[in-house]
Design a protein around this ligand. Structure first.
Ligand SMILES: *[C@@H]1O[C@H](CO)[C@@H](O)[C@H](O)[C@H]1NC(C)=O
Ligand SMILES: *[C@@H]1O[C@H](CO)[C@@H](O)[C@H](O)[C@H]1NC(C)=O
Ligand SMILES: *[C@@H]1O[C@H](CO)[C@@H](O)[C@H](O)[C@H]1NC(C)=O
Ligand SMILES: *[C@@H]1O[C@H](CO)[C@@H](O)[C@H](O)[C@H]1NC(C)=O
Ligand SMILES: *[C@@H]1O[C@H](CO)[C@@H](O)[C@H](O)[C@H]1NC(C)=O
Length: 558
């Protein structure tokens, strides 16, 4: 029974819910650990990792440092993790298993029972229970580990569905990478587990923590770190150096810029990479001579990774403001969101001359910006209609597109341990940034096959709200990526050819041609009609087998 009060208010609530709201932030729930690593693992769940510290979320009588985030209830459930997952990376394998890699040595003083995480591989198998009951992180330090100790590595799912693990530092590094791991290795192992030395990781020292790495549609890997770039051929184990970023701009930790592979479109899937922000400070200046007030770079550099594009080199654009520690995510309509971070300073904590509390960064940038890749140069950036958050998201923040189609924002902790009385506190509050389509009638996709082979056409029912004319229909296949340290590892958007039936009741979609265009593994399919996006359908792209998987689909014409 509804009470009289509810009866009175019900029409008002309905009216409010159906009124278009535009872009808006909604705070809902707290993560209980700092959501400094975040990866969506099912339609309802994400895995989060933090460091072993005095977190409010408890497990077995101590602070948790891993947890599941539930998008339905907006609550966190602690995970019982053994190894310290601080400043690690990860991704999804071709069989859907999530893998977290690297971390730090045990915390001291020893308030939590963590073990050395630097060589750890943490697995979380596909979880079909919507609330995560019975799903856990699997760790076995004796049998399941990396060949090198790696703190601050990055990772990337490649064409055979395995995870390439890139760089990092062996040990404590207060700012620059002074104890580098200049090699790659793979999960599962290649080459009998022997790491592959990388000249690129040498050449990009000392600003090369969390290298930005991208799987190209020809199977090769594009890498950027410091102001250096390179293409790595996984099969031949060769590197070809590419042009440096212009104007001395450096974009990897501790000078974190944002970088992404732009959406790929048929028929050619021409790869382009966009890199924004970071810093043009020298990489030989000791950190104690740098300032939290040094301006972050407003430079974006974009390159087309074809022979002609490489000859042309990086093309420079400017953001609306300088950004350090910002992250890029790909939205289903093909725009790029740049969110979180600061206008001045650097990554890391307590290493510049004038930290704010312990934060090397200051002047939070609280308003996200959208980049439209195919708009004319000079009019690609816009923050029109985008709100500001009142929560600073500095070092150790995360962001992800969710299966619902809105944007999860969490974390921020430039402190050592949980500090709640600083200028920039340890941040547990979750925000969703809701695009305008979250408050209007949305298209829906139905009966999307659970497994989608490559180069395969399939027809599924759709429901399209009558007010949409369906002038523009886009179907995006998205790897939602692994968020850590301003880098969205394995993030990928491939548009699929799609034809809407005349009666608008079904759509025929063609999957990507092969496992190089979309490395096999889990993904979400989003339908966008005239800028209004559906929720995402969870799919497995490829045959869902364990890596290394065989080549699948058809090759692109050269
Ligand atoms: C927060 O999330 C819960 C669970 O989904 C929901 O019931 C509640 O209405 C949400 N609150 C706000 C303010 O959106
Ligand atoms: C890239 O950085 C290195 C090291 O600081 C510097 O020697 C080189 O000139 C830079 N490249 C460009 C194009 O500025
Ligand atoms: C370095 O970056 C800052 C901030 O974008 C800018 O004001 C300055 O002109 C840049 N310096 C050089 C030499 O490019
Ligand atoms: C925060 O609280 C701690 C413990 O009470 C205290 O030592 C510290 O000075 C406080 N910091 C600030 C900035 O107030
Ligand atoms: C997926 O593959 C990895 C690597 O071979 C393996 O360790 C893991 O157990 C597999 N997951 C499942 C659910 O079988």
């Amino acid at each position: 029974m509804l009470s009289l009060l509810e009866l009175l208010f019900f029409p008002l609530i309905v009216a409010a819910a159906s009124a278009p709201k535009g872009w808006h932030f909604v705070q809902n729930g707290t993560t209980g650990i700092v959501a400094l690593e975040f990866i969506v693992v099912s339609p309802t769940l994400a895995v989060m990792f933090d460091r072993a510290q005095n977190n409010p979320l408890q497990i077995n009588g101590h602070g948790a440092w891993g947890a599941l985030w539930n998008f339905e209830t907006n609550t966190a459930t602690p995970l019982d993790i053994i190894s310290d997952s601080f400043c690690a990376s990860g991704g999804l394998l071709s069989n859907g298993t999530m893998v977290g890699v690297g971390g730090q040595w045990p915390e001291s003083p020893d308030t939590e029972p963590d073990t050395d995480g630097r060589m750890m591989i943490r697995m979380f198998n596909p979880c079909t229970n919507p609330s995560g009951t019975g799903c856990d992180v699997i760790e076995n330090p004796q049998t399941l580990h990396l060949a090198e100790t790696r703190w601050y590595p990055s990772s990337l799912r490649i064409f055979d569905g395995s995870l390439m693990v890139v760089g990092g530092t062996h040990n404590n590094t207060p700012f620059f990478n002074v104890d580098p791991v200049t090699s790659f290795e793979f999960v599962p192992k290649k080459d009998g587990g022997v790491p592959r030395p990388s000249p690129f990781l040498e050449r990009s020292l000392p600003v090369n923590l969390f290298p930005r790495v991208f799987a190209l549609p020809d199977g090769k890997v594009f890498m950027i770190a410091n102001n250096r770039s390179s293409i790595y051929d996984v099969e031949r184990n060769t590197e070809i150096p590419l042009p440096d970023l212009p104007n001395g701009v450096r974009i990897t930790n501790p000078m974190d810029g944002a970088a992404t592979l732009l959406p790929l479109s048929p028929p050619f899937y021409t790869p382009e990479v966009l890199v924004c922000g970071g810093s043009n400070s020298s990489d030989t200046t000791p950190s104690i001579e740098l300032s939290s007030q040094d301006p972050a770079s407003d430079q974006c550099s974009r390159i087309t990774l074809t022979p002609e594009g490489i000859k042309k080199g990086w093309v420079v654009e400017r953001m609306l403001e300088g950004r350090m520690l910002s992250e890029m995510i790909l939205l289903p309509d093909g725009t790029v969101m740049i969110i979180n971070g600061a206008n001045t300073g650097y990554a890391a904590s307590h290493s510049v001359s004038d930290p704010i509390g312990l934060s090397n960064a200051d002047h939070p940038v609280t308003r996200p910006v959208l980049y439209t890749p195919d708009a004319p140069i000079g009019s690609r950036f816009s923050n029109e209609g985008l709100p500001s958050s009142d929560i600073p998201r500095l070092y150790h923040s995360s962001v992800s597109l969710t299966p619902n189609g809105n944007i999860f924002v969490g974390g921020s902790n430039p402190n050592f341990g949980v500090i709640m009385n600083a200028t920039f506190n340890s941040e547990f509050r979750v925000e969703y940034l809701n695009p305008p389509y979250m408050s209007v009638a949305r298209p829906t996709l139905h009966n999307v096959p659970v497994t989608i082979p490559f180069n395969h056409a399939f027809t599924v029912p759709v429901v399209i709200p009558t007010n949409l004319k369906s002038t523009k229909v886009q179907v995006a296949l998205i790897d939602l990526g692994f968020s850590s340290h301003a880098f969205h590892a394995s993030s990928r958007l491939v548009f699929m050819n799609a034809v809407l039936a005349h009666d608008r009741k079904s759509i025929t979609i063609v999957s990507p041609p092969n496992n190089q265009v979309f490395p096999p593994g889990p993904a979400f399919v989003f339908l966008t009609v005239d800028g209004v996006t559906s929720t995402g359908a969870h799919v497995m792209v490829g045959d869902g087998t364990a890596p290394p998987v065989k080549d699948q689909g058809i090759r692109l014409p050269l």
